[in-house]
Design a binder for this molecule. Structure first.
Ligand code: URA
Length: 434
């Protein structure tokens, strides 16, 4: 086989076979095929797309390029969830313990934040003592004993995806639905769970900007998972404004703890209850989805979910923070509204970038984050704000943040007419929709 012939084939919009895709991925991982040829192929895929068979073959080739996690020693059905990333997205910290407390095993490998989106690992590591570096045997033991473990991805999980992602980043080929779908699904399938619930976000703070794109990505991912025998459901959800109020590592940990105590923001609570119910139902814990919804709500009212979250923190070496003194910053600055009116929009991307500039996130992979800083919204879309009332509170440790404060203020669009609050969930795609 010659790489040039395969590039030509894809350029002419013909379907690549599984063997050809395996040849490309193993050749690229072994450094037998150079970047420039793979770059050309990626651009051909960007323009011509891939069939479902091709996307599945690419996913499996990337999965087989490295280690896979064998969860067969964990009893019962294992469930996982993945979010395509957003601003203020602390769902794993809420959902994981919520679902585990309902009796379904959660084995979760998470990532770090990059750019305007945060990462679960940075949030967890903001809790003093907590470690996400768990050996696989301990990870499996913890999932069996506690029902949940959250760890960092091992270095050798899907190495082909790491190489391809870096190349896509510099060849303008990141926003390709089959490439995004196979990148996400290769890592999820390598992590070994039986059930995968995907949270595909739409909006200015997300990868997908429209419902049509999100629907297509969801269908491709559900199709890939189903074709290899997994139960996969995709939620399409709103990232038109930050999720919840808090953006920033410790600030989000506090919000996640409060949410499981029954005092969470409406949107985060709705999202976690709905996704949680699907995870519990597909995890085989209840006979119907309705029963799963009831069971999830009971986990909060009975305090069981909150207890599970505290145990998770302790078991991974963390000390449950005293929420009052947890965040230590030089100053908390109020961003106030210049006019009275209803909040029509809060630019999630702008808030995410502002939080990153404060130090809550990283612009490049190797930067450290400041766990204490960030933004807490005081108003969400649909709320009324009075003149001079706070729109947001900025937790800051830096000098001279005037331009950041301005960006946060500009992120709010205020109108005279009342604005309706929408559900955060737009659609749910299951294998029946394929
Ligand atoms: N997340 C991933 O893991 N891969 C992509 O290609 C896009 C988002």
């Amino acid at each position: 086989m010659r790489m040039v012939d395969l590039i030509e084939k894809k350029r002419d919009n013909q379907e690549l076979t599984k063997e050809e895709i395996n040849f490309i991925i193993s050749g690229y991982t072994n450094k037998d095929i150079p970047d420039y040829q793979v770059s050309a192929l990626l651009m051909a895929i960007y323009f011509n797309g891939m069939t479902n068979d091709e996307s599945t073959a690419l996913t499996m080739a990337m999965l087989n390029s490295g280690d896979t996690i064998d969860l067969s020693k964990v009893e019962g059905i294992k469930v996982d969830k993945h979010s395509t990333g957003g601003v203020g997205d602390k769902t794993t910290l809420v959902l994981g313990p919520l679902v585990a407390s309902a009796g379904v095993k959660v084995a979760k490998l998470s990532g770090r934040g990059l750019g305007h989106t945060g990462g679960t690992l940075d949030k967890l590591e903001s809790i003093p003592g907590l470690s996400i570096n768990i050996e696989i045997e301990d990870f499996i033991k913890q999932v069996n004993d506690l029902g949940i473990a959250v760890a960092g991805q091992t270095a050798n999980l899907c190495p082909a995806d790491k190489l391809l992602y870096a190349l896509r980043d510099v060849t303008a080929t990141v926003p390709s639905i089959p490439l995004i779908a196979s990148s996400i699904m290769s890592k999820k399938l390598a992590s070994g769970s039986d059930v995968i619930v995907l949270d595909v976000k739409i909006g200015d703070g997300a990868f997908m900007k429209t419902i049509e794109e999100a629907r297509e990505l969801s269908k491709v991912m559900v199709g890939i998972g189903t074709s290899v025998g997994k139960r996969v459901v995709a939620f399409i959800t709103d990232m038109g404004q930050p999720l919840g109020f808090a953006v920033g590592n410790k600030l989000e940990v506090i919000e996640a703890i409060e949410t499981l105590q029954g005092n969470g923001p409406e949107d985060l609570t709705e999202l976690c209850n709905e996704i949680g119910a699907y995870m519990v139902y597909l995890g085989g814990r209840t006979a119907t989805l309705e029963e799963a919804k009831t069971l999830i709500k009971e986990q909060i009212t009975s305090n069981k979910a909150s207890e599970k979250q505290h145990k998770l923190i302790e078991m991974q070496g963390g000390k449950l923070p005293d929420l009052d003194g947890f965040v230590q910053v030089k100053e908390v600055v109020e961003v106030v509204s210049g006019t009275a009116g209803y909040i029509e929009d809060i630019d999630a991307l702008a808030i995410g970038v502002a939080a990153m500039k404060l130090g809550a996130g990283r612009e490049t992979k190797d930067q450290d984050v400041d766990p204490d800083v960030g933004v807490v919204l005081n108003k969400k879309v649909g709320d009324f704000v009075k003149e001079d009332e706070a729109l947001a509170y900025v937790y800051n440790n830096k000098e001279d943040i005037e331009s950041i404060l301005e960006e946060i203020s500009d992120a709010f669009v205020i109108t005279e007419k009342p604005v309706e609050k929408k559900s955060i969930i737009f659609e749910i795609i299951t294998e029946k929709d394929l």
